[in-house]
Write a protein that binds this ligand. Structure first.
Ligand SMILES: *Cc1c(COP(=O)(O)O)cnc(C)c1O
Length: 375
């Protein structure tokens, strides 16, 4: 690919911080760089506790344990999402209950959540697709009414807001991703955001193999021992050092991505006016982080032709999720609630365009080819 779909951006300071971690001689998790990253996230999101993990998947798995999900417990979520959103709960014996998405944002349709609730429902998992917020006021009100937990899969949503408040601060728990395909990266990486202080102590133990190692190092207990279930969910200091370089530049990264996004958006006004594509819709209460630029084409066939046209010209445009409710594991492990027509139809029509720092110089070419492909 001449112009790939994704190209990880590096600030140039990553190796310097990694060699600092190397010089510190602390390579395992929870050293100075991890603490700095945790503190920065707490400051940005406004959450009482942030804990780096080795992935967003890990943060979701910790959430499922903290949420007390056990065999047969139901967890309401969209089907149009990444496998980890569901897998984390299925690993505990939970049953994903898949609900349709809104056609404007491709986020879970909040008007379909309440009918999906049964006496087995434990939690609602929202996914802020493309970094655009779900309708959090409605969703938290439903959760409060029924005594359910809210967990935000905010993998794509760092620096996005809903009514001015950062995503990741709404759920009892939230999960971020620093995978190399996201806005702020460390190769593989993630964070658990804890908004309910009662969960902090247990989250630290689950993340440290079910031990009270953190309490021991703080001098709060005099023995370091096995106290809970858990796993090794923390990243190495080398990864945290890389991430720190990215976090220092995160505001600039977001600003540059937003400029690319806006340029795409303005360039496709006439394609939309001519009925050839649908552009993303951003509700007025949402400020997004330009995680993704996508278009909706009129049909699956048109999308295949569109992707092939661009591929032949060296441009990497790609589709996204295959709905989970229709996957082999999703069918075995979960169930649907209501019709999933929007999920099915929109997942067949969506195409994502390249969006990475450095694309600025070639954005004009991409736009020209996209317009030609859509016409
Ligand atoms: C990327 C992503 C994940 C997984 O993130 P990892 O850090 O790779 O585990 C989970 N959910 C959503 C919505 C994502 O986009």
């Amino acid at each position: 690919m001449d112009i790939p779909f994704n190209k990880p951006y590096m600030t140039g300071k990553e190796l310097g911080y990694i060699s600092q971690a190397h010089a510190n001689g602390h390579l395992a998790g929870d050293g100075e760089f991890t603490w700095r990253c945790n503190a920065m996230l707490e400051d940005w999101i406004g959450c009482p506790k942030a804990l780096l993990t080795h992935s967003c998947t890990a943060a979701l798995e910790i959430s499922a344990i903290l949420g007390g999900i056990g065999p047969g417990d139901e967890v309401i979520m969209p089907s149009y999402t990444f496998v980890s959103t569901a897998n984390a709960f299925v690993l505990r014996g939970g049953v994903p209950v898949f609900v349709d998405i809104r056609p404007d944002t491709l986020n879970i349709d909040e008007s379909r959540i309440e009918v999906a609730i049964t006496d087995k429902t434990k939690a609602i998992v929202v996914v802020h697709y493309a970094g655009v917020a779900c309708e959090m006021d409605t969703i938290t009100a439903i959760a409060d009414r029924h005594g359910l937990m809210v967990i935000e899969d905010a993998a794509q949503a760092i620096f996005s807001t809903y009514k001015g408040r950062p995503l990741g601060s709404f759920g009892h728990l939230a999960a971020l991703s620093f995978h190399e395909t996201k806005n702020v990266i460390s190769g593989e990486g993630g964070a658990l955001l804890i908004n309910v202080p009662q969960f902090i102590e247990r989250a630290e133990m689950i993340r440290e193999k079910g031990t009270n190692r953190n309490q021991f190092f703080r001098g709060e207990v005099d023995k370091y021992t096995w106290v809970d279930i858990g796993s090794s969910y923390l990243p190495s200091e080398l990864v945290a050092a890389f991430l720190w370089a990215q976090m220092e530049e995160a505001a600039t990264i977001t600003k540059r991505r937003l400029a690319l996004w806006q340029h795409y958006h303005e360039s496709f006004v006439s394609l939309e006016a001519d009925g050839l594509v649908h552009r993303p819709r951003i509700p007025t209460e949402c400020a997004h982080n330009a995680h993704m630029y996508y278009l909706l084409l009129p049909s699956r066939e048109k999308r295949s032709d569109f992707i092939a046209y661009l591929r032949n010209r060296g441009i990497g445009a790609v589709f996204h999720y295959v709905p989970l409710h229709d996957s082999p594991m999703g069918r075995r492990a979960g169930r649907t609630s209501g019709s999933l027509d929007h999920t099915r139809i929109l997942s067949e029509r969506l195409v994502r365009l390249p969006l990475w720092l450095g694309l600025e110089e070639r954005l004009g070419e991409v736009i020209e080819q996209v317009i030609a492909a859509a016409r």
